[in-house]
Every structure is written in structure tokens, then in C-alpha cells.
Write a protein that binds this ligand. Structure first.
Ligand code: 13P
Length: 223
């Protein structure tokens, strides 16, 4: 199972250092199935037992892109894993860059956690699968370092995860399109993680709020 934590715009350099120290100690040995996406100013240079990923990047090595992070900056921290397509970034206008980001990350061999998910209107109009298929049309579903995270927008940050029957339907559909591991994200917490992980085709979780405290994240990993 893959356990990924998206810390979003939380944690400072100082607090993430402590977070990582505790997580490293708990994990003990290098583990590719635990991924943490800290804010970029908190990236750690030292080797960790978990995979450190970038919440965002610009599809360039370097250049005249004010305020952006290029490959050169990720390289400095040994970062080889990126999150692409998170709904919170799509809402900021990332949509047009998603394909460029995916192609760039694939070209450079990054592990890609690609997020998709529908809003409540789409769900209520019964168009979920059609919508998700469209979100996946622009990427290479056979890319060997691809992980897909299904994160329904209506569930993110609400404290209420999607129904496991709905998650099952979506994961079944996604599994018919790709062999990539499939994660679920959206209000995963200690009360629902067991049920979510037992959904057919579920290969792990992408956790926001419930992973902000390292002790909680560890509890979720340990099950
Ligand atoms: P929450 O777990 O806070 O709902 O966030 C999920 C998420 O967006 C992870 O990327």
C-alpha cells in the first residue's frame, strides 16, 4: 500500500524538519511506498526513509519564469517525485499546464502522482466516469512511474470521504484503463482508512489534513 501525505501550504522549514526526523526514525529503513509532499521552501537535502515529492513545479530546467521552480531546483534536493493535477492547483489556473507538466516529468523520469476528481455537480449528473476519462486523455497511462490519485473535489477538506461504493466504481473503471497504482484521496482519516484501503483496486491513499501531524500520519500508516 502507498501512503502519501500532501502537506499543502502547511509546515515551515523548521517544523517539517522535525516531522521528517520523526517519520524517518519510525520507518527505520528506506521505503518507497511512503511519500510526503512538503511546501517547497521546506524541502530537505538529506536522505530520507520516505520519498520527498514536490507539490508543484514548472516544466522547465531553469529560465525566465518568475516565481516558479524548475528541475534544477528539484535536483538540488534529490526530488524525483511530483504531484500533478491537484484540484487546488487546477482551480488556480493550472489546467492548461497539466499536459506540459506531465510530458516534462515523464521525459525526465519522475515518479508522477497524477490527481483527478470530479465536483459534486458532475457526480450528481452521473457524469463522473466520462469526466475522469477526459482528465486522463492528455497523459500516457502506460508510463511506468505513474500513480493515479482519485480525489473527488466534493470530499477534499470536508471531513467526509466519498462513499466506498462510489470509490469502488471509479477504481474499477480506472483499473480497466491503466495498470498504474490507484490511490484514493479526500478526507481520509483514522475512522475510514481501513474501509477505503479494502476497496477493490485501491493501492493506497493520498492524505491531507489527517497527515499534518506526523503522529497521525504514522498512525494511519501503521493501521
Ligand atoms: P484532505 O485529506 O484534507 O481532504 O485532503 C486531501 C487532499 O487534497 C490530498 O491531496
Amino acid at each position: 500500500m502507498i501512503f502519501a501525505a500532501n502537506l499543502k501550504c502547511n509546515h515551515t522549514r523548521a517544523s517539517f524538519k522535525i516531522y521528517a526526523e520523526i517519520l524517518n526514525k519510525t520507518i527505520g529503513v528506506k521505503c518507497d511506498d511512503i511519500i510526503v509532499f512538503p511546501p517547497s521552501v521546506a524541502f530537505l537535502e538529506k536522505e530520507n526513509n520516505f520519498i520527498q515529492g514536490a507539490q508543484n513545479f514548472y516544466p522547465c530546467v531553469n529560465g525566465a519564469f518568475t516565481g516558479e521552480l524548475g528541475k534544477e531546483h528539484l535536483d538540488e534536493f534529490g526530488i524525483k517525485c511530483v504531484l500533478i493535477g491537484h484540484s487546488e492547483r487546477r482551480a488556480l489556473g493550472d489546467e492548461e499546464f497539466i499536459k506540459a507538466k506531465f510530458d516534462f516529468a515523464k521525459e525526465h523520469g519522475y515518479k508522477i502522482v497524477f490527481c483527478i476528481g470530479e465536483n459534486l455537480d458532475t457526480k450528481n449528473s452521473g457524469k463522473t466516469l466520462e469526466f475522469l476519462k477526459k482528465q486522463l486523455e492528455i497523459i500516457d497511462l502506460n508510463y511506468e512511474r505513474l500513480i493515479i490519485a482519485y480525489e473527488p473535489i466534493y470530499s477534499i477538506g470536508t471531513g467526509v470521504s466519498a462513499q466506498s461504493t462510489d470509490i469502488a466504481k471509479v477504481l474499477e473503471f480506472l483499473a480497466s484503463l491503466t495498470k498504474a497504482p490507484l490511490l484514493y484521496g479526500g478526507s481520509v482519516n483514522e475512522n475510514n482508512i481501513k474501509e477505503i484501503l479494502s476497496v477493490n483496486h485501491c493501492g493506497g491513499v493520498l492524505i491531507g489534513s489527517a497527515a499534518l501531524k506526523v503522529e497521525n500520519f504514522i498512525k494511519l500508516i501503521k493501521g
